[in-house]
Ligand binder design. Structure first.
Ligand SMILES: [Zn+2]
Ligand SMILES: [Zn+2]
Length: 196
């Protein structure tokens, strides 16, 4: 039933010139598909550069403003350890971010062994692949994703079985770096801005 409806719509010669999936007369549906495409091809790519730019900006601020300023009063061995930790964290943030962006989220296998006594495995009507438990079809990526967590606009793809690990490591290292940055600069902040 749904398949028939979908074929009818996608074969319509009056379909949208951009998304090529829905007919013009279904303008609200067409608007959703076009905005999906905008998020994936436009906004998502802009946000990728934004994140790289932001991380690089914080890196430059840490190495050329915060750490030199703190080194005026901090003991040298402590500064040396802090610089090593900062380099380690920033390399890990950039590495895991690029891995999370470039690793496929994980598509389900084309065929799954059907248990004769178990319930039938549902099929995704868009991908025509078995849709096992925890597999979800992402309308933005237009593909099924195993163990789908969410579609992340900051990495411009889904977070699923394939890149879950990299995504968590990226957020973990990012949180650690923020914590370290705040801890190091707290004394300066306290005496110069808060304690006036
Ligand atoms: Zn699907
Ligand atoms: Zn997605």
């Amino acid at each position: 039933m749904i398949e028939e409806w979908w074929n009818q719509i996608s074969n319509d010669p009056r379909r949208c010139w951009w998304c090529k999936t829905r007919a013009f007369q279904k303008c609200f549906g067409c608007f959703i598909i076009c905005s999906d495409k905008f998020i994936r091809k436009g906004l998502g790519r802009i946000l990728l550069f934004f994140v790289y730019g932001l991380v690089t900006f914080v890196l430059l601020m840490a190495f050329f403003v915060a750490l030199p300023y703190e080194s005026l009063w901090m003991p040298k061995p402590l500064m040396f350890i802090l610089v090593i930790i900062a380099v380690y964290l920033f390399i890990n943030i950039l590495y895991h971010y690029s891995k999370a962006c470039n690793t496929p989220a994980g598509r389900p296998p084309k065929k799954i062994e059907q248990d004769p006594n178990g319930p039938p495995i549902p099929i995704c009507y868009r991908c025509q692949t078995p849709k096992d438990i925890n597999t979800h079809h992402c309308s933005l990526c237009d593909e099924c994703v195993v163990n789908m967590d969410h579609h992340c606009v900051w990495i411009n793809r889904c977070v699923g079985a394939g890149n879950h690990r990299y995504f968590l490591q990226f957020t973990g290292f990012l949180a650690l770096a923020c914590f370290l940055y705040c801890t190091i600069s707290f004394t300066t902040f306290y005496y110069n801005y808060w304690h006036l």
